[in-house]
Design a protein around this ligand. Sequence first.
Ligand code: HEC
Length: 85
Amino acid sequence: MIGTALAAAAGFPEAPEKALMLQYCEACHTLDSIAGAGGSEEGWTDRINRMIRWGSAIPREQVPQLAAYLANVLPPRPDPESLPR
Ligand code: HEC
């Protein structure tokens, strides 16, 4: 069992990509802060590439896979500007 991380991860459907996210995205911020975002596959690709510049160790060849997963789970929001930050 992964323990307490499970609670925050509950909203994310089980998939191989979820393990990528837990491994490479949770080091710097919570899953909640990821769940608060949304975007197209292209948008997520840009964002993950930015995370690599910040220091995420996710291998580049796995970026398309994770971007597709996140775009599916967290699609673009109609009006992101109006959401509370
Ligand atoms: C090395 C630290 C680090 C890792 C690892 C990391 N991030 Fe980030 N993330 C940041 C920082 C710093 C910010 C705030 C600055 C910014 O938005 O560029 C941020 C902001 C965000 C945001 C909110 C801003 C936005 O674009 O909407 C999202 C969503 C996000 N990260 C997703 C991810 C995902 C998905 C991963 C895994 C691929 C990840 N992060 C891995 C450092 C990291």
